[in-house]
Structures are given as C-alpha cells and as structure tokens.
Design a protein around this ligand. Structure first.
Ligand code: BTN
Length: 261
C-alpha cells in the first residue's frame, strides 16, 4: 500500500489540515522539521510525515522508536487563537480525534490515559507530543506530534508489556493513508468547533468518557517524584485532580500515570 504526500492528499477534502504535506522516507524527527517550517511562516495545518525517524522523541525527552514503514509519525502546525497557556487543551482534542479516527477504521475500544496517551486493552498504541513556541514575527504556534503504532508486529522486550499496535490487537494490516486522512478530517472538525465555541469543557467531557482511571488508585511519577492517591477528576484546563494519601487535593499538570491494582 503506497503511503506518501500524494496518496494522503487524494480525496482528503479538508480545508486546513493537510493542505500542505511534507513527506520523508526518513527524517531525524518530524517535530524539528515542522518547527522550522512554522518559524519560516508555513501556514496552520501544514503536516510533516515520515516513514522513519532516526531521532523520534516522546514526552520527558524519551526516545520514540518505530520500525520503518509500519506506523504513523507526523507533526502538525497549528496557530491557535487561544492564549498559549491554554494550548494544553489541544492534546485532549487530538486524543479524542485520533480515538474517533481509529474506531472508524478498526474494531477496537480505545481508552485515554492522562494526559495524552491512547490505549487498547490497557496498552499504549498512540502518543501525542505538544510543543508550543512563542515568536515575535510569526506569532505563537504549536507543533502537535502524533505517533500511532499501526502495523508493527512486535516491540522490544522492555516495552512489550506496555506497547501495542493496531495489528497486534486485531491481526489486521491497515492502510495508513486512510487512517491519516481520518485523523486530519476529525481533528479539523473538532478544532474548528473548539475555535468557534471555546467550549473546553466539552472536549474534556468527551475525553473523560474514554478514561478509565477516574475514581481509581493511581501512581503519578512527576520529575523523579512519585505521588500515590485517588484520581478524582480532570478539570477544564486538563489538570489532574488527585487526592493524596493525606487527603490533600493536588492539581497536577504533567506526569506519568499507572493504575495501582
Ligand atoms: C509520547 O507518548 O511520549 C509522545 C510520542 C510522540 C511521538 C511522535 S512521532 C511523530 C513526532 N515526531 C517525534 O519525534 N515525536 C512525535
């Protein structure tokens, strides 16, 4: 199945996302390339997509490894009109859009894990990375990095218990073009609605419907510190409200969550 800028553009029918697509067989990281393009003034909606990344990265400076030609590795440029301190909502918006796109293509049930992982049967198949920049000349912009494990058949031993792909969960090979197109369409739809309504609560409520950790005992690792407590809620700004073991209510903006069994 061919996969490149041309196949993705064909019948895409979006107005903003994917109007310009930069495709690479191999690149260091689509994040850096998209950032350079944004700094040079490339418009909102520009997509950088690759078959392979030699230096793909995840949250907290981690490495994002992906076998060549199996998965979706892309970064999008957005120039939101909301204030930069509220850009975090976009990772929740991206999560629900990807979940909707995947459920359209595969017979799976998707859950969300705070702040921006997508899981199938408790294992992660998609990660999202948000990098915001402030520039005087080009205004504020955000690069949304999306890594979806689609057709990869196995993962290194160290992460086998946590990582999965659509192929592993369904036994089917997927056409990446169709999935990328649906992600772009659904994200555009949800992004346009958010721009129009500024209804952050709607996005969070939608995200929470897929989240199965609320009300449960969890462990959050944050900058080398571990906090254990009960996940109470995720607020309109995307902060996690956690009741710690001394009954203090904490508001967390980032971290790695594990459900304690
Ligand atoms: C995470 O869960 O830690 C986020 C992973 C984000 C990975 C994607 S793959 C495309 C884009 N380019 C990168 O280098 N990272 C993001």
């Amino acid at each position: 199945m061919e996969f490149n800028d041309k196949t993705i553009s064909q019948n895409l029918n979006t107005k903003i996302l994917g109007q310009k697509i930069f495709f690479f067989k191999s690149i260091k990281s689509t994040m850096d390339y998209a950032k350079k393009l944004a700094e040079k003034g490339e418009p909102e909606g520009t997509v950088v997509i690759a078959d392979y990344q030699s230096h793909g990265r995840g949250r907290f400076g981690r490495i994002w490894k992906s076998e060549p030609e199996k998965n979706i590795l892309m970064s999008l440029i957005l120039r939101p009109t909301i204030p930069i301190e509220k850009f975090g909502i976009l990772s929740f918006l991206t999560s629900i859009s990807i979940a909707e796109a995947i459920e359209k293509n595969a017979d799976v049930e998707i859950t969300t894990k705070w702040p921006n992982d997508l899981l199938i049967n408790g294992k992660k198949y998609c990660g999202i990375l948000l990098e915001a920049s402030i520039t005087v000349e080009m205004g504020d912009f955000v690069i949304i990095g999306i890594g979806v494990n689609v057709n990869q058949e196995n993962f290194p031993k160290e992460i086998q218990d946590y990582a999965t792909s659509l192929y592993i969960e369904t036994g089917k090979i997927f056409d990446r073009t169709l999935i990328v197109q649906d992600i772009l369409r659904l994200l555009e739809e949800n992004y346009s609605a958010l721009k129009e309504t500024h209804n952050f609560q709607f996005v969070i409520e939608n995200w929470k419907k897929r989240c199965d950790m609320l009300g449960k005992k969890i462990m959050v690792i944050q900058g080398g510190k571990t906090i254990t407590g009960k996940a109470i809620d995720v607020d309109e700004r995307g902060f996690l409200l956690l009741e710690d073991e001394n009954s203090n209510l904490l508001k967390l903006s980032a971290g790695d969550v594990t459900i304690v069994k």
